[in-house]
Ligand binder design. Structure first.
Ligand SMILES: Cc1cc2nc3c(=O)[nH]c(=O)nc-3n(C[C@H](O)[C@H](O)[C@H](O)COP(=O)(O)OP(=O)(O)OC[C@H]3O[C@@H](n4cnc5c(N)ncnc54)[C@H](O)[C@@H]3O)c2cc1C
Length: 492
């Protein structure tokens, strides 16, 4: 049994995963989290009888969660009740153009045929390739620590990399199979999770379409935070000491070796190994002396960050019509909004937005007869986000929402909270106020991502959505597992 002390910084999915994996194999693990509730970007808050998930709301890739809990001899159902949503979600293409995406594959195929007659065989081939990418990508590639090109140079894998369209863009790939503009938008939508436009995302990520269409959209009753609750319970069962309200201000290093982690209140935690699950840039820039930073400011400024978001958490005192649990409002053009996020960062003129109404599925997240809404507008990182501009965008999306769903909502809002860049910075030390970490562009994939191991501090590792394999709940669970394996390999 390795009798070593590990300090993990940050109780997001990645930190919780790393801590639990390490405790499971015998390390003495302390987990330090600055906020008073765990879960990082997936925290929840309660107000006036409503329970809001603050971040993720899409539960995709259920197999990754099964693998995670299965590693410890557990199942997700030991911690939460999972249901598959049907319809998976609704896409609103315009007035009276609400398309519900059915969970059932043959119904989905019928829907595609109704939008583009004769497209069925192309859909089958598209999904066959996506299934292959999912298998190799999610069951193999993402579990590689990506510390050396040699991890990817065995002949079978090289052949796979070519077969999986790593060097073709997602937008080209989708257009090979589909012509209908709305189908194209539907197929390109999942890469929004990866933080770039489809023309800058490798077609490898059509694996996300397999996750979407075939594996489905699920929901843990009680809310996404039930996953966090389960993970904290499991971590503690394994012996992890979780300290909330523990704001780390310094990693103390002597001769290239991390010796301890120091909190803002002066408390010191001795460490043989440190795993940093807080935002990578924050760790480099704020917690380390300049000579121990893995990357300098110039490096970070050149990174393509995934978007930030403006969110509204709303409690509504009536049930609403014409909505499903997840609704994507694609009633405006994607191009100009994408330009405002990625090319010429600015507040978009006519944003697309996403709405989650978890209370449609789950009565426990709102008082009876009420609706729990979360509205999300993806935005470029690093924008000014004062109260006036938030309110302007609130009214803009409300005008559209009320018109498209044909009902009055604003006058029924009894609770409202907004959340944007400055909150991401304040709450998570998020670089440029990012919501989803680092974008998964070709030049920020695998070995081209910020490394999970420090080049300058022998016993310092990084995990989370700014390192491998990337943003999203399933990838960050995997990130924690991968870093734990590296720690054990090098310290055992
Ligand atoms: C609004 C939003 C919607 C999303 N939607 C989805 C979705 O539907 N599906 C999906 O799969 N993914 C989604 N994501 C992405 C997903 O939530 C993230 O990729 C994931 O939660 C990131 O986990 P993490 O552990 O890397 O980082 P974090 O969750 O940020 O965890 C890092 C932790 O470190 C802590 N920390 C920071 N600095 C310090 C310090 N100095 N001392 C101590 N602790 C510190 C932070 O407080 C935080 O708790 C969404 C994200 C956001 C923000």
């Amino acid at each position: 049994m390795p009798d070593k002390k590990v300090v993990v910084i940050g109780a997001g999915f990645a930190g919780l995963s790393a801590a639990t994996h390490l405790a499971h194999i015998g390390y003495q693990v302390t987990l330090l989290e600055k906020n008073t509730t765990p879960g990082g970007r997936a925290r929840k808050f309660e107000a006036e009888g409503f329970v809001f998930d603050m971040g993720p709301s899409w539960y995709w890739m259920p197999d990754v969660f099964e693998t995670y809990f299965g590693h410890f001899g557990k199942k997700p159902s030991d911690y939460y009740d999972l249901i598959r949503l049907d319809p998976s979600y609704t896409v609103v293409f315009g007035e009276n153009q609400f398309v519900e995406i059915p969970a059932n594959l043959s119904k989905f195929r019928d829907l595609m045929e109704s939008m583009e007659p004769g497209v069925g065989p192309n859909l089958d081939e598209f999904l066959k390739q996506a299934a292959y990418k999912y298998k190799v990508g999610i069951q193999d590639l993402v579990y590689r620590p990506s510390r050396s090109i040699f991890e990817f140079t065995n002949p079978r894998l090289l052949a796979d990399v070519v077969r999986m369209d790593v060097f073709q863009s997602m937008s080209k790939h989708v257009r090979k199979f589909f012509k209908d503009e709305n189908i194209i938008r539907l197929m390109e939508f999942p890469v929004i999770f990866l933080g770039e436009m489809a023309n800058n995302i490798p077609a490898l990520y059509s694996l996300m379409n397999y996750a979407d269409i075939v594996l489905g959209t699920w929901y843990p009753m009680g809310g996404m935070h039930e996953i966090v609750k389960g993970m904290v319970q499991l971590a503690e069962e394994k012996g992890v000491k979780v300290h909330l309200g523990a704001d780390v201000s310094q990693i103390n290093i002597k001769n290239g070796i991390a010796k301890s982690v120091i909190l803002a209140n002066g408390e010191i935690f001795d460490a043989d190994i440190v795993v940093a699950g807080a935002d990578y840039h924050h760790v480099d820039d704020q917690l380390l002396a300049p000579e121990y930073r893995n990357y300098d400011e110039k490096y970070w400024d050149r990174r393509v960050m995934a978007p930030s978001s403006l969110l509204f958490y709303l409690g509504v005192d009536k049930k609403l019509d014409n909505l499903t649990h997840h609704c994507l409002f694609f009633d405006e053009q994607m191009g100009p909004h994408a330009d405002a996020i990625y090319k010429n960062p600015r507040w978009p003129e006519k944003p697309l937005f996403y709405l989650s109404a978890a209370s449609i599925t789950d009565p426990s997240v709102a008082p009876q007869g009420y609706e729990n809404l979360v509205i999300l507008i993806p935005l470029a990182p690093d924008l000014e986000d004062g109260e006036a501009i938030r309110e302007k965008y609130f009214n803009m999306v409300m005008d559209r929402l009320e018109k498209l769903t044909k009902q009055e909502i604003r006058s029924h809002i009894i609770f409202k909270r907004s959340y944007a860049h400055s909150d991401f910075k304040e709450d998570y030390n998020a670089f440029k106020g990012n919501a989803y970490g680092l974008a998964n562009t070709l030049f920020q994939t695998a070995i081209l991502k910020p490394s999970l191991k420090s080049k300058k501090v022998k016993n310092l590792y990084y995990t989370g959505q700014l390192t491998v394999p990337g943003p999203g709940v399933p990838p960050t669970l995997i990130s924690g597992h991968v870093v734990a394996r590296e720690v054990h390999k090098e310290n055992n």
